[in-house]
Design a protein around this ligand. Structure first.
Ligand code: ADP
Length: 265
């Protein structure tokens, strides 16, 4: 049994949050040179996220959300300051090393799903395992398990255009989780979905959270952010406020009412 499907039982907050934060960002600056002018997208931002947290990142356009997510997702490095991911300082890695950390440690979910249209669901979910050098049989087994875990066990050989928007995003979530990442980063994951389908995806996220996954969701929608347990609000490249969510949207919903089974962290 691999890490994706191991059932560690119900999360106990104390267990999950013991020890070092999974994300430690300390005094991070990101400065872009635009000809003669410098644009400071992040201005000495600090934030920590504990293992098993569910955090929404909000803020107006231009506040630094994408820049921060690119750094957290190891797509980019800070100009100054420190980023420690699960105990590993990744602030100054070369592009190759960064790509390696990214493939092993981060699961991405995008607004546009980013599925390969000619590949089946199974092949799409297998992709991160191809990059990780996992042999074919093992790949298929793990991809099939991940699809079952998001409620798409009966859609393995379908192609993305044969699925609804919600199902496509479920495939993307299965692909993000198949490598057992340290964190799941979702950038406007419901941006292309109608209200009912967005709710379906938020139910899936709620299940992932309850199973112990660490979730970071960038969104400009308050309704979506209020599914998280904490909202970090950015303004002008800094944290403007960072608050727990008083009544998370699905917190009171019993597990069996949430829908398809989710994989354990
Ligand atoms: P958000 O995602 O909250 O809209 P961004 O992180 O995209 O904010 O951008 C923060 C600031 O940094 C903005 O002023 C933006 O114009 C600038 N910026 C972002 N990326 C670049 C880049 N590659 N080159 C120059 N400026 C950039």
């Amino acid at each position: 049994m691999d890490a994706l499907t191991q059932d560690h039982g119900r999360r106990t907050t104390d267990d999950l949050r013991a020890g070092r934060p999974i994300i430690e960002i300390e005094g991070v600056w990101k400065t872009y040179e635009m000809g003669p002018t410098l644009v400071h997208a992040l201005r000495g931002l600090s934030v920590e996220v504990q293992r098993g947290e569910y955090v929404a990142i909000m803020g107006p356009s231009g506040s630094g959300k994408s820049t921060l997510m690119n750094i957290i997702g190891c797509l980019d490095t800070p100009t100054r300051g420190r980023y420690v991911l699960d105990g590993e300082d990744v602030s100054r890695l070369s592009d190759d090393r960064l790509a390696d950390v990214r493939n092993r440690r981060i699961g991405f979910v995008f607004q546009t799903f980013n599925l390969l249209p000619r590949q089946t669901c199974l092949q799409n979910v297998e992709l991160p395992l191809v990059y990780a050098g996992v042999p074919g049989r093992e790949r298929r087994r793990r991809a099939a398990e991940a699809l079952e875990a998001v409620g798409l066990g009966d859609r393995m050989t379908h192609r993305p255009n044969e699925l609804s928007g919600g199902q496509r995003q479920r495939v993307a979530v299965a692909r993000a989780l198949v490598n057992d990442p340290a964190i799941l980063l979702a950038d406007e994951p419901t941006g292309n979905l109608d209200t009912a389908t967005s709710e379906e995806i938020m139910r899936l996220f709620e299940q992932l959270y309850r199973r112990g996954h660490t979730l970071l969701v960038v969104t400009h929608e308050h309704d979506i952010a209020h599914h998280a347990r904490r909202i970090v609000h950015l303004r002008d490249g800094l944290v403007e406020y960072d608050e727990p969510v008083a009544e998370p949207a699905l917190a009171g919903v019993p597990e069996e009412a949430l829908g398809a089974a989710a994989p354990a962290a």
